[in-house]
Design a protein. Structure first.
Length: 129
């Protein structure tokens, strides 16, 4: 299984080139959801890229650190998502791991201030294999 994943990664890298990948990473490198939660002032107003477990519902759009946090309603380990447009090839997705890019703020904490910050989403992609 690991060999297959490595092969797929190498094939994608060869197809799209390291320049395209490194440019996006240099512009907005991935940040840990825990770093955003622990030091919100450091990232206030910045564009961030973060991955986690995505769950979208009325008054509950959030990116959790892990699925278990969602299952156990641990919203302290989650960020509210404002204006999420999450689709894979035009098909909306939910309840899966995703990578999100957008502007972070620790001042707005989502519905009823239940979350540890929020991201005004500009891009949302399915994450993993």
């Amino acid at each position: 299984m690991l060999r297959t994943r490595v092969s797929i990664f190498c094939l994608l890298l060869a197809m799209y080139g390291p320049a395209a990948i490194s440019t996006a990473e240099e512009e907005h490198p991935f940040t840990s959801i825990y770093a955003l939660i622990a030091s919100p002032e450091k990232y206030e107003g910045q564009v961030v890229r973060v991955s986690g477990f995505l769950h979208l519902e009325f008054e509950g759009n959030a990116l959790y650190a892990h699925r278990e946090d969602y299952d156990r309603h641990i919203r302290a380990n989650a960020l509210w998502l404002s204006k999420p447009q999450c689709a894979d090839n035009g098909k909306p997705f939910n309840d899966t791991y995703a990578a999100v890019e957008g502007t972070f703020t620790g001042r707005q904490r989502g519905h009823m201030d239940l979350y540890s910050g929020s991201i005004n989403v500009t891009q949302c992609l399915k994450w993993g294999f």
